[in-house]
Design a binder for this molecule. Structure first.
Ligand SMILES: NC(=O)c1ccc[n+]([C@@H]2O[C@H](COP(=O)([O-])OP(=O)(O)OC[C@H]3O[C@@H](n4cnc5c(N)ncnc54)[C@H](O)[C@@H]3O)[C@@H](O)[C@H]2O)c1
Length: 341
C-alpha cells in the first residue's frame, strides 16, 4: 500500500486525492487544513485522519510515502520543506513558491534528503502541448523564435473562486503555467524580463491585487516570450479561463487554443465545456489522473525523477515570475542571474 497525505483540502487537494485513490494500492490516509471544517469534510470523504497542520500530519503518519501540497500559492514552503526533510515524496501545486528564497529552500531540502518531488505544471500532461513539444523536438519547427501566451481568467476567479485572491496576483496564479510551458517547449534560458501591471478595478473593489500583467521575457539567444495574464474577463465569457498560445519557429508556426476544447453548449448561456480533466461517475479522467499516475510512478520508481516537472525547473519559473513583479514595481527591465537557467 502507498499511503498519501494531503495538505490543503480545497479544490486541487480534493481533485488529486480523488485521482490518486482510484489507483490500485494507493490510499489517502491523512489530511491537514488550516480550516478544520474543510479538513473534516475531506477526512469523511476519503476515510482519512484530519490534522490541524502539516506538522501534526507528518508526526502522526510515519509510513507516509507521499504528500500533496495544495495550499494557496504563498503557502507551499513549510509543508514542502518539512515533508522533504522526513523523506516523504512530494507533489506540489504551482507555483512552487511566490518568493525565490522560499523556492530555493524547498529545492535545498529536496536535494539534501534525496526525496522524490514533482510540481503540478499541468499543461505538461495536456495532449495539445505534448503534441506541440513533439513538433519542436522533431525539428519540424526549427529554432523557436517567438512565443506568445495569453492565459486569462474571468472575474469569477478573484471575486468568488479564490478566497485568497488579494494575497496573490494574476502573475503568480496564472503565469507559472505559461512560463513553464515556454521553457519546456523551447528549452530556452531567460535573460531579462520587462513587465507592466494594472492595479485598478480589483483594488477599487477591495481585492488588493493586479487586474492584469503584461511581460516580455528575452532569452539568452535574444528570442522572446510575450505573456499576458489578467482576470478581468466578464463572467459571461464561455469559459472561466481563456488560453491561447503561439509559437513561431524558423520553419513552422503553431497556434494552440487551450480553452475552447471543442465542445460548446448553447443554453441559458453559451459555454465551452472543459474536459481536459473530467469526473465521470466519480472517476477522474484526463490530465489530473495522468498527474496522479505520474506521482505514483515517481514514488515507486517506475518513472525517472527527471521525467516529471522538477523542483529545480520550478525554481527557475519562480525566479522569472518574481522578476516580472520586480520589473512592474521598478518600472525597468530586470536582468536574471545564472540561477534562471
Ligand atoms: N489548473 C491548475 O493548475 C490549478 C487550478 C487551481 C489552483 N491551482 C493551485 O493549487 C493550489 C491550491 O489552490 P486551490 O484552488 O485548491 O485553493 P483552495 O482555496 O480551494 O484550497 C486551499 C486550501 O488550503 C487551506 N490552507 C490554507 N493555508 C493552509 C496551511 N498553511 N496549511 C494547511 N492548509 C491551508 C485552505 O483552508 C483551503 O482549504 C494553489 O497553489 C493554486 O495556484 C492550480
Amino acid at each position: 500500500m502507498l499511503d498519501i497525505g494531503v495538505v490543503g483540502a480545497g479544490l486541487r487537494g480534493r481533485l488529486f486525492a480523488r485521482a490518486l485513490r482510484q489507483i490500485p494500492d494507493v490510499r489517502i490516509v491523512a489530511v491537514a487544513d488550516a480550516n478544520s471544517a474543510a479538513g473534516e469534510a475531506f477526512a469523511a470523504e476519503f476515510g482519512a485522519a484530519a490534522h490541524p497542520d502539516h506538522r501534526a500530519l507528518l508526526a502522526a503518519s510515519p509510513g507516509l510515502a507521499g504528500l500533496v501540497v495544495a495550499t494557496p500559492d504563498f503557502a507551499h514552503r513549510d509543508a514542502a520543506v518539512d515533508a522533504a526533510r522526513t523523506g516523504v515524496g512530494l507533489l506540489i501545486e504551482k507555483p512552487l513558491a511566490t518568493d525565490v528564497a522560499e523556492a530555493e529552500q524547498i529545492h535545498e531540502a529536496v536535494q539534501q534528503s534525496g526525496t522524490k518531488a514533482m510540481v503540478a505544471f499541468e499543461n505538461r500532461w495536456n495532449p495539445r502541448f505534448v503534441l506541440t513539444r513533439h513538433q519542436v523536438r522533431s525539428g519540424a519547427v526549427g529554432d523557436v523564435l517567438f512565443q506568445c501566451a495569453h492565459l486569462n481568467d474571468t472575474t469569477f476567479v478573484p471575486r468568488t473562486m479564490l478566497s485568497w485572491a488579494a494575497r496573490t496576483t494574476p502573475g503568480w496564479f496564472l503565469m507559472p503555467h505559461t512560463v513553464d510551458l515556454a521553457l519546456w517547449l523551447s528549452g530556452k534560458r531567460p535573460k531579462t524580463v520587462y513587465a507592466t501591471g494594472l492595479r485598478r478595478v480589483m483594488a477599487a473593489s477591495g481585492i488588493d491585487t493586479y487586474d492584469g500583467i503584461h511581460a516580455l521575457v528575452t532569452f539568452t539567444d535574444d528570442t522572446t516570450l510575450t505573456l499576458q495574464s489578467h482576470w478581468m474577463l466578464p463572467e459571461s465569457y464561455p469559459s472561466v479561463f481563456d488560453f491561447r498560445y503561439e509559437l513561431v519557429g524558423e520553419r513552422a508556426a503553431l497556434q494552440i487554443d487551450g480553452a475552447d476544447e471543442g465542445v460548446s453548449m448553447a443554453g441559458p448561456r453559451y459555454q465551452w465545456l472543459h474536459h481536459a480533466t473530467l469526473e465521470d461517475d466519480g472517476r477522474v479522467i484526463g490530465v489530473a489522473a495522468e498527474i496522479a499516475r505520474s506521482f505514483v510512478d515517481l514514488l515507486t520508481g517506475a518513472r525517472r525523477p527527471d521525467d516529471v516537472p522538477t523542483v529545480a525547473e520550478a525554481v527557475v519559473v519562480t525566479t522569472v515570475v518574481a522578476a516580472i513583479h520586480q520589473s512592474i514595481e521598478a518600472g525597468v527591465p530586470v536582468q536574471l542571474g545564472s540561477a534562471a537557467g
